[in-house]
Ligand binder design. Structure first.
Ligand SMILES: Nc1ncnc2c1ncn2[C@@H]1O[C@H](COP(=O)(O)OP(=O)(O)OP(=O)(O)O)[C@@H](O)[C@H]1O
Length: 354
């Protein structure tokens, strides 16, 4: 658990971080967000003492960060930044091992940890162990930067716009990976971004700052549905609220049992799946926008339970189908998600808002 208590930073008499208090429970993914210059990076850098505080306290699992010896600070708080900060003349393995080396871990323990982290970030050790930072793509370098920050298994991981400099597609891949790593490790993370979509994708808690002050600290859904004021509403961007909600909802929350027989009582919506012997969907009868006949199922328009509704909707629109099969890891049909399932979210949103 990390607690910011009345955190304040003053430069030349001006408060750039102004009395910020919040608590992030263990295992939460907290995102600091707000317009440029609102004090996000300053807040983050005060947590690991890169910037000294002007006032307030930061408590990490009961300990005042300001009083921690440097070695504990390095071990307990990991830090990853946008430019990666990798040492150019060190190999990937040496970079990942930076903090364990400083902490004088035995070599075998360091090697095991490097391999474990490379596997976690899908970097094949035989290919990447001995590469140097200039031989990596932007996305690979970011993965190494985050792996390095996690090397000593810190209690909290700080990330300052880590994906700000990569192209949008790589960024999405890295966000999905970060989400998986968070779930896998249960780490407490404090992440700075100015991108609301990124925040909604990753956060379990969002802290919205403006002019150094904390305007709202809430779960993403609450912030979208009950913004504290007009500034929050505008920052989130009401125009895209529906789509943003879709990116925070998962297929497994809205899937229904698959239709395995025709229902004459459902004209227009009637459809059924044809399965192979292994229970995998091979064809859809009905429920296509341009043709009510039999359509072979393609992997491009299947859904998995952990897919966002936004992606499911995108697949429906792109492949012109009203319903997607939901499959398990073996490709077996376990449910279906239809347009109506996606629309169900709107009703939920209205209930929340009223
Ligand atoms: N060393 C400094 N001396 C004076 N003012 C500073 C210093 N460092 C930062 N500031 C000011 O503090 C404010 C907050 O800066 P900070 O970098 O925390 O903002 P930010 O929200 O992270 O912005 P961005 O999204 O643009 O990175 C800004 O107005 C900045 O100009």
């Amino acid at each position: 658990m990390i607690e910011l208590q009345g955190l304040t930073k003053t430069y030349a008499g001006k408060h750039v971080v102004d009395d910020v208090s919040l608590t992030l429970e263990t295992g939460e993914f907290g995102v600091l967000i707000g317009p440029s210059g609102c004090g996000k990076s300053t807040t983050l850098k005060m947590i690991n003492r890169l910037i000294p505080l002007s006032g307030g306290r930061i408590i990490l699992n009961g300990d005042d960060v300001n009083t921690l010896p440097t070695e504990q600070l390095r071990r307990r708080i990991g830090y990853a930044i946008q430019s990666t900060g990798l040492f150019p003349h060190w190999s990937v393995a040496q970079n990942i091992a930076t903090v364990p080396q400083l902490l004088k871990w035995p070599k075998s323990r360091i090697d095991d940890r490097v391999d474990e982290l490379m596997a976690m970030f899908h970097l094949d050790p035989s290919e990447f162990r001995h590469k140097y930072p200039h031989q990596l793509s932007g996305g690979q370098a970011q993965r190494v930067g985050v792996a390095r920050a996690l090397a000593a298994d810190p209690e909290v991981l700080l990330m300052d716009e880590p994906f700000g400099a990569v192209d949008p597609i790589t960024r999405e891949v890295l966000q999905a990976e970060m989400k998986r790593v968070h779930q896998q490790t249960g780490k407490t993370i404090v992440f700075v971004t100015h991108d609301m979509d990124e925040a909604l994708q990753l956060a379990t808690r969002i802290a919205l700052l403006n002019g150094g002050r904390l305007v709202q600290y809430d779960r993403p859904i609450e912030m979208m549905v009950t913004p504290a004021d007009d500034f929050v509403r505008e920052f989130i961007g009401q125009a895209d609220l529906g789509l943003k909600l879709l990116s925070r909802r998962w297929v497994h929350q809205y899937q229904r049992p698959p239709s395995l027989a025709h229902h004459a009582t459902l004209p227009g919506l009637d459809h059924c799946w044809q399965l192979d012997d292994a229970g995998r969907p091979v064809a859809l009868e009905g429920a296509r926008l341009d043709d009510g006949g039999v359509t072979p199922v393609k992997s491009e328009w299947t859904a998995t339970p952990d897919m966002s509704l936004k992606e499911a909707l995108s697949r429906m629109v792109w492949y012109r189908v009203m319903v997607l099969p939901v499959i398990d890891e073996a490709g077996k049909l376990i449910g279906e998600i239809g347009m109506q399932g996606v629309m169900g979210i709107q009703a939920e949103q209205r209930v929340h808002a009223s």
